[in-house]
Design a protein around this ligand. Structure first.
Ligand code: GAL
Length: 632
């Protein structure tokens, strides 16, 4: 498959007479795709049912006429002001009970049915009008951005009650599943159940987790309404642009309804805003060396192999606490890293920097005065690279890591130790695997097979799904579970008998304890147990303990269980030993050097601001090597 490039463009921001020149320059730059439309509702429908397609028709004509392919975004992330006059109760409500306001974006509640219908109506109208000229679709924009999945509105409350009715059928069944006998929380009618905010102390964790599942399902339903509306008119692939470390809804579930997953990659914004751990100082102008890769691998799973970067940072952004300029070379490196992980396309956000409104300090490929900006030359270089070099060949990685949204919600609801976060746990182990030079596939929690993986990690999983349990039972490779895997049921109660219940491994956790960051427990082999420790009864071989003798890692045939959250040194040591046992090809990489193997090549990326040495070859800062890979 030929890898392609594109950009995000807002014709409605610019005078029409520059559109032809913009289109010509995009083609000259080597771009294939242009994404438009996703915030343009107020210009497409300036007043209810008054549609103004003229300008968008002309933009589509000019862009396609120049040879570009269009990704059309539906504009539901930005309901126009009149929509609020029509549906004053459509606003999302925060956990303190306050409505969110108009004046930016994403101010709708996913449970407001009338607005969902309006959004699906608009998606259908766009699909009907442009089906023959659009090559791909994007629904909405960045579900979850600005903390917008959870809403405590009346619409959400009513829909939650219906969701519970459907799930539990009777209040008695719900009371029993949640343990509502505790603190006299029994209900006799579903209409007595409120959302789990504004309680005096914490709500029942089963209640809170049910609300998180419900809120995720609302996003899936919301998205499906638009997907269905588009499909009535168009066969072009449909996607949504996901984000970095947004975990409030199950992306695998939305992904199942669409052909392609895409995500928006802002490495330097992420670094200071949401990357757990790592060296922020060393990577200030490059971004974290593992964070983008983690999401590339995650969204490859969400898209079942088909994924893009829909928005790629081309220069400084405007929204992190501080916004440095990328080190020269990074725009090209980030783009190639995405291709090395299998991206079909990478599109830069945005074509031209806006001179007005919220994002005026956010770089584009062009400056506001239309002169090429820093990223433009690197984009041109990538286009030349693509023309001159062989395509990237996809291949299954030798290591798998299971990542699960429900487990993220479960441990947010019931952390037990501050900072127990499924994403951070998975990401820390992912980072350790990458420091060993390994390539990784991320798998969903209902993966049906582990075939071909020499090592699989299943950390912090609330429950083992039946298919995953069956896959573990027959896995040939090493399977490492824990910490905190399979100790609870899906309503967050202890298993009976106590877990974990890992096929082929005898272990029972009889107590779990947590401890603060300044009180880690040393491990006998080096490094520390941090945050969480299960006390196991087991007949399996204990291969490592804390220095006070608590089992940290147990082993039986090719199954292992970790009872603690290892610090970076311990994670690297333990995973290194397992990787060698699994006959994986490991390296001892410095924090800035990262490897990604494809079917035929090894990419070696240097995220460091200084030159790096890899097997005798020097890699300049913000540069990479492509080495042929000889199997075996
Ligand atoms: C993304 C969003 C874009 C733009 C961009 C700025 O999160 O999808 O619309 O806001 O960030 O970096």
């Amino acid at each position: 498959m030929k890898r392609t490039l594109g950009t995000c463009y807002y014709p409605e921001h610019w005078p029409e007479d520059i559109w032809p020149d913009d289109a010509r320059r995009m083609v000259e730059l080597g771009l294939t795709w242009v994404r438009i439309g996703e915030f343009a509702w107020s210009r497409i429908e300036p007043a209810p049912r008054q549609l103004d397609w003229g300008w968008l028709d002309r933009a589509v004509d000019i862009l396609t006429g120049a040879g570009l392919q269009i990704v059309m975004g539906t504009p539901s992330a930005t309901p126009p002001r009149w929509m609020l006059d029509k549906w004053p109760d459509m606003l999302a409500v925060d956990a303190t009970g306050h409505s969110r306001g108009f004046g930016s974006r994403r101010h709708y509640c996913f449970s407001h049915e009338a607005y969902r219908d309006e959004a699906a109506r608009m998606a259908g109208l766009m699909a009907e009008r442009y089906a023959d000229r659009v090559s791909a679709w994007q629904t909405d924009n960045e579900y979850g951005c600005h903390d917008t999945v959870l809403s405590y509105s009346e619409s959400a409350r009513d829909a939650f009650r219906d969701w519970l009715r459907h799930r539990y059928q009777t209040p008695e069944a719900l009371n029993s599943a949640w343990g509502n006998v505790f603190w006299s929380m029994d209900y006799s009618d579903f209409d007595q159940i409120d959302l789990p905010n504004l309680t005096v102390t914490e709500p029942n964790p089963a209640h809170a987790l049910a609300f998180r599942r419900f809120s995720s399902d609302q996003v899936v339903r919301w998205n499906r309404a638009q997907v269905d509306a588009i499909r009535r008119h168009s066969d072009a692939p449909i996607s949504h642009n996901y984000m970095g470390r947004v975990t409030e809804f199950d992306h695998y579930a939305t992904g199942a309804d669409m052909e392609i997953a895409t995500w928006d990659s802002y490495p330097m914004g992420f670094l200071l805003d949401r990357v757990p751990g790592g060296d922020k100082q060393a990577f200030l102008r490059q971004g974290d060396p593992d964070f983008q890769a983690f999401h590339h691998d995650l969204y490859r799973a969400v898209g079942r192999g088909r994924w893009w970067v829909m928005e790629q940072q081309p220069g400084p952004v405007n929204w992190a606490p501080w916004n440095p300029a990328p080190l020269p070379g990074m725009v090209r490196l980030w783009t190639w890293e995405a291709f090395a992980h299998g991206a079909e396309a990478v599109c830069w956000f945005r074509w031209r920097q806006a001179p007005f409104a919220q994002e005026q300090q956010h770089a584009g490929l062009l400056r506001p005065d239309s002169v090429p900006a820093q990223g433009h030359a690197e984009a041109a270089q990538v286009a030349r690279d693509l023309a001159d070099t062989p395509d990237v060949e996809a291949a299954q990685a030798p290591v798998a890591l299971v990542f699960d949204y429900t487990s993220q919600w479960a441990w947010e609801v019931q952390p037990q130790g501050a900072g127990f976060d499924h994403f951070a746990l998975c990401f820390n182990l992912y980072r350790a695997l990458r420091s060993l030079g390994l390539s990784i596939d991320i798998l969903p929690p209902d993966a049906t097979t582990l075939e071909g993986y020499k090592l699989t990690l299943i950390p912090g999983l609330l429950t083992l799904s039946p298919p995953l349990r069956a896959a573990i039972a027959v896995a040939d490779g090493l399977v490492l579970t824990g910490p905190r895997t399979d100790l609870k049921t899906d309503t967050l109660r202890f298993k009976d008998p106590l877990g974990p219940d890992i096929p082929g491994l005898d272990a029972t956790s009889i107590m779990e304890e947590t401890f603060p960051p300044n009180a880690p427990r040393p491990l006998t082999g080096g490094g520390h147990a941090t945050l969480w420790l299960e006390h196991l009864e087991t007949r399996a071989r204990v291969i490592e303990t804390t220095t006070d003798g608590t089992p940290a890692l147990i082993h039986s045939d090719n199954r292992l269980h970790l009872t603690t959250w290892p610090d970076p040194a311990a994670a690297r040591r333990i995973l290194g030993a397992l990787a060698r046992e699994a006959s994986l090809d490991t390296h001892d990489l410095p924090p800035g050097l990262r490897i990604r193997d494809t079917g035929s090549e090894r990419f070696v990326f240097n995220y460091a601001a200084t030159p790096a040495l890899f097997e005798g070859q020097t890699i300049a800062p913000a540069d990479f090597l492509r080495l042929p890979l000889h199997p075996g």
